[in-house]
Design a protein around this ligand. Structure first.
Ligand code: F3S
Length: 429
């Protein structure tokens, strides 16, 4: 049984209100299922608290079918509906289901938008920051090394653990919503030193020097090590934040990687011994020219037809640097009449893109810069899409399978060319 502090006992007894009490009850069940001995305090929680499509609200119609009902019964798994106060931890809302301005272009109905708007108002009124992104670390929520967080979203979790040295498991909606109220999360998994050590080696034998290559390396690594912690060594120079973002997202998709070390690069791996917490262990996987080609072929195995009718960029959500790059590549060109280009980012990064003129450059070319969501999350693609081109290994992994379409993986330049020509010409150099 998880051991409680006096403050936690008081929360469980209802001294901080019924919602906090229900949150503690849920967290205790969760901690006991994990075998955690106690809780850590957290003041950095990222989830999707209380938001729900109309069919979920309908499911809770007998309880009122509103935010309060969904938060109580769905998020907190409570046996009764309770009043939901403002959150106690610093709390952020991750990505959502539609763009707040371009929802019509995404094919959303007026009713779905009304529901979105009402949820959003509730979220803000409960003291939850509307970051609306899978990249909170690009939108104002940057943990510090060692900070205990409770985050959902696999690409954000792997970035937090590996690149920043923050500490989070890949949480779910229920645990994050409860943690927002109780400021607690079980002291288990990546919160503990002993679970943060490397388990296998990856020897990189070919140069990996752009986002496209880092995405492929991440996809290879996840496929090999699955849900363990890889230690990456060899022919790698310190990747930029963007390259880490694409590497981690890919590794979390092809496997279930939630943390990696890069020797001499990531903060908990100054050397091999620190990365493994002692002697090297596990298997060694070699990423050589043959493995690189195999990975490229796997990622492109869902592409047959070279007529591209949709290009999606921004998985994980694009940074301002990536938007500037894409705008530079398309400036003076036009998206082909048989194709469409949608780029996804967070609201805060879009505000920067607006201020810097990138949104307008993209708009003049016929591209749309969207926020809050992506095609996989919203399941929204331009009408009639049969073949998509993507610069994200993660998105190639998910979108074609989810939408029953074909998909190509290539560089950002390959994708912009496809959007402007309507043809896929990407090849492995
Ligand atoms: Fe983000 Fe969607 Fe990719 S929410 S990580 S852009 S699948």
């Amino acid at each position: 049984m998880v051991k409680l502090t006096g403050r936690e006992e008081a929360m469980l007894a209802g001294e901080e209100g019924a919602a906090v009490q229900k949150a503690m009850e849920l967290l205790i069940r969760y901690a006991d299922a994990l075998g955690a001995e106690d809780f850590v305090e957290t003041n950095n929680v990222a989830g999707v608290p209380g938001s729900a499509p109309p069919w979920i609200k309908q499911y809770y119609a007998a309880d009122g079918g509103d935010y309060r009902a969904v938060f109580s019964r769905f998020d907190l798994d409570a046996d009764e509906v309770v009043d939901i106060p403002r959150m106690n931890a610093f709390s952020c809302h991750l990505q959502g289901g539609m763009d707040p301005m371009l929802w019509r272009e995404q094919g959303m109905s007026e009713a779905a938008f009304d529901n979105f708007r009402s949820d959003e108002q509730q979220v803000a009124e409960h003291g939850i920051q509307l970051l609306k992104t899978c990249t909170p670390y690009l939108a104002g929520n940057v943990p510090v090394m060692g900070e205990h967080c409770a985050w959902m979203e696999s690409s954000a979790v792997i970035f937090c653990n590996s690149v920043i040295g923050g500490r989070t498991n890949c949480e779910g909606r229920e645990s994050t919503s409860a943690a927002m109220l109780a400021r607690r999360i079980p002291n288990w998994g990546f919160h503990r030193d002993e679970y943060r050590k490397g388990q296998h080696s990856v020897d990189v034998a070919v140069p990996v020097d752009d986002v496209f290559e880092w995405g492929m390396l991440g996809y290879f690594v996840g496929g090999e090590v699955q849900d363990t912690i890889p230690v990456i060594e060899g022919a790698i120079a310190a990747p930029s934040l963007i390259r880490h973002k694409h590497f981690g997202a890919a590794a979390a998709s092809s496997g279930g990687v939630e943390m990696y070390h890069m020797v001499g690069i990531t903060p908990e791996a100054p050397g091999v011994e620190a990365a493994f917490g002692g002697a090297r262990r596990g298997e060694t996987f070699c990423y050589d020219a043959a493995a690189r080609r195999r990975t490229y072929e796997t990622l492109n195995s869902v592409g047959q037809c070279e007529d591209v009718d949709y290009v999606m960029l921004g998985c994980p959500h694009y940074s301002i640097e990536q938007i500037a790059h894409a705008a530079g590549l398309i400036e003076g060109r036009k998206v082909h009449s048989n194709s469409a280009l949608w780029i996804f980012t967070s609201r805060s990064v879009k505000a920067l893109a607006d201020a810097n003129g990138h949104t307008e450059t993209l708009r003049k070319a016929g591209a749309l810069l969207m926020t809050d969501t992506c095609s996989a999350i919203s399941q929204a693609v331009p009408e009639g899409t049969r073949v998509a081109a993507l610069d994200s290994a993660k998105q190639v992994h998910y979108l074609p399978a989810m939408m029953g379409i074909e998909g190509w993986y290539g560089t950002t330049a390959d994708c912009i060319d496809a959007a402007c020509s309507g043809k896929w010409r990407g090849r492995l150099a």
